[in-house]
Each structure stands twice: as C-alpha cells, then as structure tokens.
Design a protein around this ligand. Sequence first.
Ligand SMILES: [Zn+2]
Length: 567
Amino acid sequence: MSTFWIKNIFLTLVFCSGNAFAAGHHAEKVFINGSIHTFDQELTVAEAIAIHNGVITLVGSNQEIKESVNQITEVIDLKGKMMMPSFHDAHSHPIWSGVDQLKCVVMESYDIDIMQAQLKECLTSELTKETGWVVGTQLNIGVFPSGNVDKSFLDQISKDIPIYVDAEDGHNGVANSKALEIAGISKETPNPENGIIEKDPVTGEPSGTLREPSAMNLVKSIMPKDNDRLYDEGLYFAQDLAHSFGITASIAAAVGERHMATYKRAADRGELELRIITCLEFGDTLFAQDSADFEQVYRNRAQYSDPRINVDCIKIFIDGVLEGQTGAVLEPYLGTDNYGQLYLEQEVLNAVVTRFDSENIQIHTHAIGDRAVRSTLDAFENAISINGRTDNRHHISHLQMIDEEDIPRFSKLGVAANFQATWALPDEYITDINIPELGIERVNRMYPIGSVFRADGLIVGGSDWAVSTMNPLVAIETAVRRQDPDNRVSGFLNKNESIDLTEILKAYTINAAYLMHLEEYTGSIEAGKSADLIILEKNLYNIPADEISEVKVLQTILEGKTVFRLE
Ligand SMILES: [Zn+2]
C-alpha cells in the first residue's frame, strides 16, 4: 500500500470533518426514521445519521440527530427504509467487461437458436461496419457438450465475416472458420503454452473452441484494436451499472496499462465515482496487447494513482477452469490422468509472491481447482517465512474447490477468501460438466463458504462481472440459500456451506473494505467515515431469503453525493 494513497484519502477526510466542526456541528444533510444497519463492530441498528462534507458526523436516534440540524440542513425522512453501507465488489472487470457490453452481447444463456439469432443481428451493427468483424461476448458454453463449441455454430451466421465470441467464463473463446483462417490456425497449429486449441478427434481440424488466454489471443491479437473512446464508454457503462446495484468500490481484477490509464483519465476529469483497486495482470497473458512489458508498466504504475485509485495490486492466474479441464486438481479428472494446469511452477510462484509481498503489493490470485488453491496458500506461507507478516491482505478468488486440509489455512495465513457466490447453485456447469468430470463427492464440497467462515477465514464477496451479474443481492441470496435465485434449476448445492445474511452482507461491506485497505474510511456507517451509503426498497432482514435478489437499490450515495437514484 503506497503512502501516497493513504495520505490522499486521509487528508480529504480530515479536511472535511474539520470543516464540520468549524461550521458549529450542523450537518448538511440528515437522514431520520431509518432502519440504519451500520455494520460497525456491534452491528448497531440506528434511526438517524448526519452528514457533512461527505463525512458521517453522527449516528444515533432521531432525538440525538436534532443537534446537527439547523435552518439549512436538508432533512430526509427514510420512512422506515433500510439504509446500510454501500457495497464493495471485491472482484470485477469494470472496463474489460464494460467495453464488451458495447460489443455483441449474447444475452440468451440456454437456447442455441436464440444465441445464433442474437449474433446474427450484430452482422449489421455499427461496430461491425467499422471493424469488419463480429466480436461477441458472454456466450454460455455450458450448454454445449463438454463446453466445446463447434465452429459450425458461428459459420451458420457467416462464413465470410470473421466472428469471434468470448465465453462468459473469460477462459474460452470460439472462432468461426474465417477468423481461424485469418489467424492462421489449422490442424498443424500446436497448442500454445498454457492453452488448448480444441481439435476434432477424427479429422484433427480445429473445432473453433480456444481454451485459456494464450490460445484465445491467437485470434484476439489480430482483431481490430479498441480505441480509447470505447474504453472510456466502457468504464462509464460499468460505473453506472455499479451505482444502480449500490456499489461504490470495486477491485478491478486483472488490468493492463490501458485500463489503468482509462481510470486515471476519468479521475482527472472528476468523473470517477467508484473507488478502484487495479490489479495489474502479472506476466504476459490476457492483456499482452496492453502491457507487452509487465515490468515497465509495474514500475511506472504510480502515474495512474489517485485518491480514488489504488494501483498497488497484482493479479496472478494460478490455473484455468474446470469446464475446460484446465483447473488444477489434486486428484485427476475422472477417466483421465489429467490433473489440469498450474500456470506457474511452485518455485516460480513462490519467488513471485515473495517478491511482490516484500514490495508491499497486494496479491490477488485466480484459483479454481484444489491444487491451485493449495499452491497459492503454499506460496503465501513461504512468503511469510521469508518476509514475516506484512499488511498486504492477499486474497484468492473463485475457490471452487478447496481441500479440507487447506480450509484452516486461510485464517492461519491471513489470506482472504474471495468467493463469487452467484456460482454456488446446481446449474448446468455443475450438473452437466462438473459432476461427470469430477464426481459427486468433489462437487458436494464446492464453494465451501460456510467451512472457511467457520474456520475463522475472512470472507469477501465479488461478482466477477461480466462472468456473472454485478448485482450483489443475487450473490447474497445465493450464499444464504445455495439455490437458484431465479428458480430456473431446482435443488441445492451443498446447503451446509450456506452462511447467514449478516455474514454475507459483511463480506460485501466492511470485510471487502478491509481487503481494499479502506476500512478506516468506508465499509460501515460510523462517525468520521465517508458517507458511502445505500437505501434499499425493502429491509433484507424482514423478507424471506428467496426475495433478496429482487430487492431494488433506491439510492446510492458516495461521499455524501447521490450517484444513483431509482427513477
Ligand atoms: Zn475475474
């Protein structure tokens, strides 16, 4: 954590609360008659709060707040509504996915004909006219056998226009024959390092599915480049969406230099209304086109720092995903001798983690399989043995599989467990892909949120948008119920791994703020903290759990300023 970041935030807040006192204890704004869930240490529920210059100056009863009111104070009656700290999304891809949303989004998740129809519409879009390509995103490959999509799916849309579509998991892509031809991918093309070009077992022809960034980049690197305007628009799209879901802080998990530059441009214009932690992607993979020289971007990252942007984070991909059998597992995938892939040898990972830890960088890893989780924990343990305990607050995202022996290590090593709870339900990824490839016993231990919590691990929540919805309330309901919030699929995924509402709300507020080194400033409603707040349509504590995901955010407030209001 750079002192620059700390100092800037600190000065902003101290200066502001200083003003509050100078003005004689009056507040600019007070909220009264609320059910204000503060998420302070005691989980106090208050009636009223006062705000001045973006800072909470008083939390208490309607009676107590009166002393903050004078003639010019704006008094807002919450009429019993629930107010709570705004949400912090500990794993998102605001610009990366925001840009994607401006492209050809495959909205349909289950009907292949509708997916094709949606892609077909993009043949005539402005962006296609401009670039000569159809570039799609968010394809649900879970509905295709083994997640292996045949290029004929796209060739039926066009054989002349190159088409490339990213899968929603961010780890797979599909190209049509034309795109494969332009990229020079044929039966002779060998798999790139850490990637797979799926091929027909009989003819040897590429199927069209490309697994992991190194293979996807064979096509992506020859596609027309996105310009800065598209990046700016992508960020604003993501920021508006975040505000509509009550989010005021996000960890941008895996960025290249262009993403960092885009956040900074927005901040310089005074238009960045999200607190952002940028995790620069380590090495030379997904954003190779952005950051050909990792070391150079890493060294010069301070130029993108801002009171709202913390650039002291590195993202490391430890393995792939289970649906392509690239996730690293302790026991092989059923019927194979495949243990998946660890992207870095243990000695290399140990050295990398120890180095960044000693440079006071927060490390955020992607780990899906139990072998990847263990490898990461081993690397953190090794770093502690060399550097001692640091305050870098490292964390592991995804955590689909954790071996039982590793569960207590989160607490022991001070590593936060960053779960994407929207995945913790028995959908097609689980029933049609994970059960056949791993067996029911391993599936029955997936996404062990409850176990890590009971073993005193710090639970934080993230959306992984646009892999999944950015709406924290969907994840929160799923974490509580371990069922599909839409009731599209039935049944539970490991009911014993559910956690209670308060704990998962903490994961999206004070716990995530701690992870972001922001707990002194936000994440709970306490005097002296920034007024980062939301007002909800319904009190989450007064409704059945299966209604949580439908609750609307009425207002999102960042530093006392309303950045979203439901029309
Ligand atoms: Zn992600």
